[in-house]
Design a protein around this ligand. Structure first.
Ligand code: GTP
Length: 598
């Protein structure tokens, strides 16, 4: 295809502003699928994505659109995830495009994550085309929202296309505007092959499938290719596009987007962000710049409730990493919980999704320990180590200095909730670095400890602003901090899986709040249970869960056997996610109690 007839674009949109619905409309307008095939949103392919209504992995679709000027254009739409945990994948997808549609719900206005993604797009030289969606709703305020786009993002938006992805109104105008404003790709078709890997995933039949954008040259079926960072050579067995059904075309020209299958068995062999080159010209074709590895931000221990599930659990994790290069795991052994794995995630949502998939798709009951960020510790003998597990923190005596990760957070909040949100940021040890008053919203910039942000900050900000504030953040640097390890003892025994790293000033308060929460969560048993919080050898708080006086079944009048059975059955189910610590039964919630402390 001639370059002038190709357009490569992404959609930047906040969750729920209608990206998937609009994408489905595009597919419909361009005739990619029958109405019956359209019945379901096609781009969000994983069950879990559909259920939670969020997009997790990048996908693409090639559309043939006959424009009003009579020319048929090839539109490559590269989908992007909508959640802050996955912003790395967003920037990868943007890297493969010349432009992006910024879709904003005309009844809501601009949200922080979209702003951050727009800045990334603009920095990468993309043309950002604003679109006002949900115009069918009575609460739509297109003028106000256009003004907001201009104020916050700084792009012209007065003549932004207004549409309704739901009714279909204005959808073709969006495509026309896109063709006019987004430039076609550039690149030399005769140069040696250079292609960017936008995404890779594992397919049971084909092995690794990679979504690529050809920067220069042509990728043909049968070519000997090389993955730049690994230096390994492969044979391009299948080359094609998604329409959205995978369709072999035998080649991808300069500027085009599609898939390649090359017999690679492991996604680490075709990393996202890497470059594919022709094996023959591998030495003189450089890596496409900007390639960096994703690093997990949050770590937690995952332990099977039943130790019989350990092998199965390991297999499940291996399978999940086949499709998710950002999921990290290594064996961990806990005195309290036995054998399990230390897992690294991009953020809390990522963690919840993985946990849910393990339980649902693989049927494994898990105990998850409190998530923690990665700390830097300088020891007395001058070594710098990273610690992603509180129980592996060296002795206080051998620590010279501890450093915690700091993020830069950008928050957009309507003026009426500004006070609440500032108070919350201060409570979380935030330092304000900027505040900008815009049309209706205020843009706040804070530096905050990552540990405070990853846990419940997002939910707290939402509730402090009745859902109107939005948040985006990224890692900034490590900073010296006065941190200590807070231990929890149950009946005098230190439970390694319950240890936390906290700020010294907050340690007493946190310890108290944590064990109070645990007291509510640990059911009463046949004996008293003492729960203590300690720092080093000093106990900072203590509570007791009093012994039960009566048998639970005693309150069912003797005769009703079926009712008694039911109650016992219920207890058995409730037991599934309990863990025996010494002679005390502790439910899963107790391990995550720290998430519920405010
Ligand atoms: P992510 O995939 O998580 O990024 O969300 P999304 O932005 O793709 O949102 P989605 O397309 O799933 O739409 C969210 C909700 O808004 C759905 O319930 C849609 O039916 C609804 N919706 C989308 N577009 C419109 C519209 O133009 N008008 C109205 N009234 N509702 C819409």
């Amino acid at each position: 295809t001639e370059l002038s007839r190709i357009r490569n674009f992404s959609i930047i949109a906040h969750i729920d502003h209608g990206k998937s619905t609009l994408a489905d409309r595009f597919i419909q307008v361009c005739g990619g699928l029958t109405n019956r095939e359209m019945a379901e949103q096609v781009l969000d392919s994983m069950d879990l994505e559909r259920e939670r209504g969020i997009t997790i992995k990048a996908q693409s679709v090639t559309l043939n659109y006959k424009a009003r000027d009579g020319v048929e254009y090839k539109l490559n739409f590269i989908d992007t995830p909508g959640h802050v945990d996955f912003s790395y994948e967003v920037s990868r997808s943007l890297f493969a495009c010349e432009g992006a549609l910024l879709v904003v719900d005309a009844g809501q206005g601009v949200e922080a994550q979209s702003v951050a993604n727009c800045y990334t797009a603009i920095e990468q030289g993309l043309e950002v085309v604003p679109v006002l969606n949900k115009m069918d709703l009575p609460q739509a305020e297109p003028d106000r929202v256009s003004q907001e786009i201009e104020d916050i993002i700084g792009i012209e938006a007065t003549d932004a296309v207004r549409c309704s992805a739901k009714s279909g109104m204005g959808v073709e105008d969006v495509l026309e505007d896109l063709i006019k404003r987004i430039p076609p790709p550039e690149g030399d078709e005769n140069a040696p092959l250079q292609a960017l890997i936008i995404d890779s995933w594992f397919d049971n039949y084909l092995g690794v499938v990679s979504l690529v954008r050809v920067r220069q040259g042509v990728l043909r079926k049968g070519d000997k290719i090389q993955i730049k960072s690994t230096g390994k050579a492969w044979n391009a067995d299948k080359v094609g596009i998604f329409t959205p059904k995978p369709t072999e075309t035998g080649e991808l020209g300069t500027g085009e987007v599609g898939f390649v299958v090359a017999g690679i068995k492991d996604i680490h062999g075709a990393p996202v962000g890497d470059t594919i080159v022709s094996n023959k010209f591998a030495d003189e074709t450089p890596q496409i710049p900007g390639f960096k590895k994703v690093k997990p931000q949050v770590y937690a221990g995952l332990f099977p409730v039943s130790s019989d599930d350990y092998e199965e659990f390991r297999d499940a994790l291996s399978k999940l990493t086949l499709n998710d290069a950002s999921l990290f795991f290594e064996p961990e052994n806990s005195d309290a919980l036995g054998f399990g794995f230390r897992c690294g995630f991009l953020g809390m949502l990522h963690m919840e999704i993985i946990q849910e998939r393990l339980e649902r798709e693989y049927n494994i009951d898990l105990i998850t320990t409190a998530p923690t960020v990665v700390y830097e510790v300088v020891t007395r003998n001058g070594e710098t180590i990273t610690v992603s597990n509180p129980s592996s923190l060296p002795d206080v005596g051998s620590i010279e200095e501890m450093r915690e990760p700091i993020v830069e957070a950008s928050i957009l909040v309507p003026q009426e909730y500004l006070g609440n949100v500032i108070a919350l940021c201060e409570e979380k040890r935030g330092v304000q670095t900027n505040m900008l008053f815009l049309a209706n919203q205020v843009q706040l910039t804070y530096e905050l400890p990552m540990a405070e942000v990853v846990l419940d900050f997002f939910d707290r900000i939402k509730s402090a602003s009745r859902g109107f504030a939005s948040l985006d953040y990224h890692f900034k640097r490590f900073q010296t901090a006065n941190l200590v390890r807070l231990d929890v003892l149950i009946n005098g025994e230190r439970v390694d899986a319950l240890a936390l790293i906290v700020h010294r000033e907050q340690s007493h308060y946190r310890g108290r709040a944590l064990i109070d929460k645990m007291k509510e969560l640990i059911p009463r048993q046949m004996f008293d249970i003492a729960i203590q919080a300690s720092i080093g050898n000093q106990v900072v708080a203590r509570v007791t869960v009093k012994a039960l006086r009566k048998n639970v079944t005693a309150k069912c009048y003797g005769g009703d056997v079926s009712r008694k059975k039911k109650l016992l059955q219920k207890q058995k189910e409730g037991k599934k996610r309990m863990k025996q610590l010494g002679n005390v039964e502790v439910p899963q919630e107790a391990f995550l109690a720290v998430l519920k402390v405010d």
